[in-house]
Ligand binder design. Structure first.
Ligand SMILES: [Zn+2]
Ligand SMILES: [Zn+2]
Length: 573
């Protein structure tokens, strides 16, 4: 859309788009280039809430500029996160400020006073970096990795690393693109060792925070939100009376839900005097200026309260599958854990339907260890073969499959795959009895149905088409919802991809990522309908609601959208 800027990548920060742009133009000294691009020097170096965005779209026709800036704000900045729990007026004011001068919005949002600090240096996920390099040939900064208090990648669950780039240091004006040069393999981690259960919670928090970016909920006044919290606390049995919160019960429920997480992230700790903590403050009437993570954690806790307490040594399932060769890698698809006891130590065996099995140990003192690989399952052989076809090295392939090289050699031998590498397989090559039987069976079946097609290249091609098709769907007017079926229909016969999920992991991944939530689509649809209403001059909220095909519960949101548009028109006048 923007004449000068390259296409935005998934979750890419505007800062990163500009930085890549500079890289493509081979501009080592960004000064003249940026001056040309922005009309004024270093206008948008802010990372989370950049200003002067109107300058960026000045080449566009008048009628398209507002929408273009709004798209940048919603899709390429941290605006949706920082304003997620703000009333509609504040959202409109911040949005307005980002068109021009952003001075003062940090105070307005209370960002200066929060103890949950935004990261000083840009962060990255090593797994995302690998995927970006593999799929696009170069890397970018994802905005979900830069959220204050978020320490892990919401896609991979990997601990984030701290890059060399500090956008707020002496080079405030420089735009540094993500690359292996500044995202070093030995970069510091955002957080050191963490108990497994807390790690799972950190990933969950990262996902909740990222969801705010993609699908922020309707704006609400502070007083209304306080009221809503008290209703939910009361439903959960956490109120002593109509006005008094049962603080001890609230804290117990909160810590049961979030474990050690409050102590892991500065600004989330509850302190010694709990009545004065942020948690006590947020449930008080009309609480202003709580951090988005405070709201998210309280809300998630309230969602989960209720039902009897069961002793679950490995937390509540489902648990993630850790099979790097599976399309559901990292997704919580394992519903059952088999628990064994050896003296005081508990062992949880997590077996996925894809055949992958890992074990986690829990010591008598409650310490939960790192997950240990036990068995790969039937996805190993095809993954190995395609790695060999691509000319992969032993180390590279082992890393991609989450194994050490010796274990990979052993597993390859067990699976009956001949590999072009040399290294002694670790442990005995003769596998245990049970595994032999299973492997033999798998191999037999595989021979009978071995595909003639090169699924790897079909998958790569389809994934690319899916990405393009999704962009086409998103661009359609009136807006069409991006669904799995809608995109699939445009790249293949009906159900063709769905029926070959196992063979098309990349395509399925792309389709999953582009699919639009109902609420997200409704918001998009509403935006367009309001613009239409302005064009035709009929701004009655009910009419807009009906024309956009929205349910009655959306009426306040529709009113808000119309009001904020009016305000904007007034301010522009
Ligand atoms: Zn990642
Ligand atoms: Zn699995």
């Amino acid at each position: 859309m923007l004449c000068h800027l390259p296409d935005r990548r998934e979750q890419e920060l505007l800062y990163s788009v500009v930085a890549r742009c500079g890289r493509y133009l081979q501009a080592p000294e960004a000064g003249p280039f940026m001056r040309e691009l922005l009309g004024r020097r270093w206008a948008i170096a802010g990372v989370g809430l950049p200003g002067h965005l109107a300058t960026l779209v000045r080449d566009q026709p008048d009628h398209a500029r507002d929408a273009a800036v709004d798209r940048l704000i919603d899709d390429a900045t941290l605006f949706p996160f920082h304003t997620a729990f703000m009333p509609i007026e504040v959202r409109s004011q911040v949005r307005e400020a980002m068109r021009g001068d952003v001075c003062g919005i940090y105070t307005k949002l209370g960002l200066a006073t929060f103890k949950v600090r935004p990261p000083e240096r840009l962060r990255f996920c090593p797994d995302c970096l690998d995927a970006m390099k593999a799929d696009f040939g170069d890397a970018w900064w994802r905005r979900d990795h830069q959220l204050p208090g978020v320490l892990v990648c919401s896609v991979h669950g990997t601990v984030l690393r701290i890059s060399d780039v500090d956008p707020g240091d002496g080079n405030r004006h420089s735009f540094v693109a993500a690359s292996r040069l500044v995202c070093r393999p030995d970069a510091d981690v955002a957080i050191g060792s963490v108990f497994y259960e807390d790690m799972v919670r950190l990933v969950e928090l990262a996902r909740l925070a990222t969801a705010l970016l993609d699908a922020p909920s309707a704006a609400m006044d502070h007083a209304d939100r306080g009221e809503a919290y008290r209703t939910r606390l009361s439903d959960a049995g956490l109120m002593r009376s109509a006005r008094k919160v049962d603080h001890p019960a609230l804290f117990d429920a909160f810590l049961a839900r979030w474990g050690g997480v409050p102590d892991l992230i500065p600004g989330l700790d509850l302190g010694d005097d709990r009545e004065r903590s942020w948690l006590a403050a947020i449930v008080r009437t009309g609480r202003r200026g709580a951090h988005p993570l405070h709201h998210l954690m309280l809300s998630a806790m309230l969602d989960g309260v209720g039902g009897g307490r069961v002793d679950r040594p490995f937390g509540a399932g489902p648990w993630p599958c850790r099979n790097p060769a599976a399309d559901h890698h990292g997704s919580e698809v394992i519903d059952d854990v088999v628990i064994r006891r050896d003296r005081g130590t508990l062992y949880g065996d997590f077996a996925c339907a894809c055949g992958y099995l890992y074990t986690v140990a829990r010591q008598p003192d409650g310490t939960v260890g790192e997950p240990r690989f036990r068995r790969f399952g039937q996805l190993l052989a095809p993954a190995l073969r395609s790695a060999i076809e691509r000319g992969g090295t032993l180390r590279g392939t082992a890393r991609a499959l989450g194994l050490d090289p010796k274990t990979l050699m052993r597993e390859a031998a067990i699976a009956g795959v001949t590999v072009p590498w040399n290294a002694k397989p670790s442990g005995a090559v003769t596998p245990a009895k049970g595994i032999v039987a299973e492997t033999a069976k798998t191999t037999r079946v595989r021979r009978r149905v071995r595909p003639k097609r090169n699924w790897f290249s079909i998958d790569t091609r389809l994934a690319r088409s899916a990405r393009q098709a999704a962009q086409v769907v998103v661009a359609e007017l009136p807006p069409v919802r991006v669904t799995f079926a809608e995109v699939e229909r445009r790249i293949a016969k009906r159900d063709w991809v769905s029926k070959r999920r196992m063979k098309l992991p990349r395509t399925v991944e792309v389709l999953r990522n582009v699919v639009e939530e109902t609420d997200g689509f409704r918001r998009r649809r509403l935006k367009w309908q309001v613009a239409e209403a302005v064009r035709t001059g009929d701004l009655r909220a009910c009419e807009v609601l009906r024309a956009a095909g929205l349910p009655m519960s959306w009426l306040p949101t529709v009113r808000g959208a119309i009001a904020s548009l009016r305000d904007r028109a007034r301010m522009a006048a």
